[in-house]
Design a protein around this ligand. Structure first.
Ligand code: NAD
Length: 456
């Protein structure tokens, strides 16, 4: 069986990719387990060196990876270049970890007590289609650094950059079998990662619905799991904020990657006294988003990833009843949807569900309590922004919102050196940051009895 890979910008066929079977997955997992035994025994300094070489190989392939992602996923070339550079940075950052996975020495009576951070073995990473290579790196880089092998299943629509990354790892000198990318269906290969007992942990990024299935599947073997799931984040604009800046940046907070971003600030909450003014400022900012050919260096937003996803996004805007305004977008071929601003009721479907497209809903609020209450009135809790000149309020509101990643006077959510993950149904566990390799280890405690001359 094969998957046909389509360029979302013009619907041309890019290539076809083999879809692995359950047996293929089992063979790959067995090879990974064999490679992992040697990898874990390698001196930490040598593992660090190989990961640095892998980072260097990615550095040399940034343009190539960006071009592949642009054709496979429709990402604007400038964005795709940033993503490839981010993969290099993540690898570089975690290449320091093999020599820094410290255990502890704990004071106890009668001997020496030490802890070791032991690798888990084989880790299964299952990725979504929205940021294929960056999310892959968040899983495989810290997992490899902690002494594990990785089998990775990319999303059916977007396997190409992950497959190239596995080749670059081999070219850099990673042992054969240590990091394998196995394209195929989620219900076949992904599901096999969950049921195969050799896989000791699943790192899943994707929808909350599939995340729940994976979590219950993992329960059978008490398999470790990290989940990065959906979001419906709030962008809260207070009357005392720099309103011009808040309005000018709001499109970036939600339309980046055509809104196919788990961190998208897809609900804008504006203090009632400045609501009208904010909408006046937002309209030209949205109209200014440059939507078009991903190969054009000035393009800011490309197409949606696939025809089926375009249909789903369209279903949220069946008519213009909630429409405030929208920007221009190409008509086709390609899976285009224009940046769209809605003003729905707080309990409407568009206000509650993750759309995962370039659609944002704007709501007025009365005061700080009202803003926090509405921001938290969601099953999700992944990110969010707060715009205010009162920094005490910025921190106070950030502390009150049930989300994993908040930013004050910014829409930034992701840095490789800081932890990332969700509250509530946005996920379980954290990726990135200094502690990520620990999530790919078990803590082992060893007690060594020490003869003491005073005990006779
Ligand atoms: P999805 O859940 O449909 O698929 C994600 C991956 O899981 C794919 O590789 C798919 O093949 C695989 N899969 C599907 N069924 C499976 C099964 N039964 N067993 C094992 N694997 C299976 O998600 P998607 O549509 O690819 O991605 C969009 C979703 O991802 C959105 O909800 C978005 O918010 C979320 N997301 C979250 C984060 C985060 O860090 N929190 C980041 C990016 C995307």
């Amino acid at each position: 069986m094969t998957h046909t890979i389509v360029n979302p910008a013009d619907e041309s066929v890019v290539t076809t990719v083999a879809a692995a079977s359950i047996d293929d997955a089992d063979v790959a997992i067995a090879r990974a387990a064999a490679a992992q035994r040697d990898w874990a025994r390698l001196a930490p300094v040598d593992r660090a060196r190989l990961l640095r070489r892998f980072a260097d190989a990615v550095d040399g392939a940034v343009e190539e990876l960006a071009a592949i992602e642009m054709r496979n996923s429709g990402h604007p070339i400038t964005q795709a270049r940033w993503e490839a550079g981010h993969v290099r940075d993540v690898l570089e950052y975690y290449s320091a970890s093999p020599e820094r996975l410290f255990g502890r020495q704990i004071p106890v009576a009668g001997g020496l007590d030490v802890t070791f951070q032991e690798p888990l073995g084989v880790v299964g990473v299952i990725t979504p289609w929205n940021f294929p290579m960056t999310i892959a790196a968040w899983g495989f880089a810290p997992a490899l650094a902690a002494g594990n092998a990785v089998v990775l299943k990319p999303a059916e629509w977007t396997p190409l950059t992950s497959m190239r990354l596995a080749e670059l790892g081999l070219e850099a000198g990673l042992p054969d079998g240590l990091f394998q990318v196995i394209p195929g269906k989620g219900s076949v290969v992904g599901q096999r990662f969950v049921t195969n007992e050799t896989v000791r942990k699943i790192v899943f990024t994707g929808s909350t619905e599939i995340g729940k299935q994976i979590m219950s599947g993992c329960a059978d073997q008490v398999k470790r799991v990290t989940l990065e799931l959906g979001g419906k984040s709030a962008n809260i604009v207070f009357a005392d904020s720099d309103l011009e800046r808040a309005a000018a940046t709001a499109p970036y907070g939600v339309f980046e990657n055509a809104g196919q971003d788990c961190c998208a600030r897809s609900r804008i909450l504006v203090e009632r006294s400045v609501y009208e003014r904010f909408m006046e400022l937002l309209e030209p900012a949205v109209a200014g988003v440059r939507v078009g050919d991903p190969a054009d260096e000035s393009t800011e937003m490309g197409p949606l990833v696939a025809a089926a996803h375009l249909d789903r996004v369209r279903s949220f805007v069946p008519d213009d009843s909630e429409l405030a305004f929208r920007a221009a977008a190409p008509t086709g071929p390609g899976f285009w949807f224009p940046p769209t601003v809605l003003t729905p009721a707080r309990d409407s479907r568009t206000a509650r569900e993750e759309i995962f497209g370039p659609v944002v809903s704007v709501f007025p609020f009365d005061d700080e309590d009202d803003a926090v209450r509405f921001a938290n009135a969601s099953e999700y809790g992944l990110s969010g922004s707060i715009w205010t000149r009162d920094l005490s309020r910025g921190i106070r509101v950030a502390r009150a919102i049930d989300s994993g990643n908040l930013s004050v006077n910014s829409h930034s959510s992701v840095r490789y050196s800081t932890p990332f993950g969700g509250f509530k149904q946005s996920g379980l566990g954290r990726e990135l940051g200094p502690d990520a390799p620990l999530a790919f280890t078990e803590t082992k405690n060893v007690f060594l009895a020490v003869d003491s001359p005073s005990v006779e």
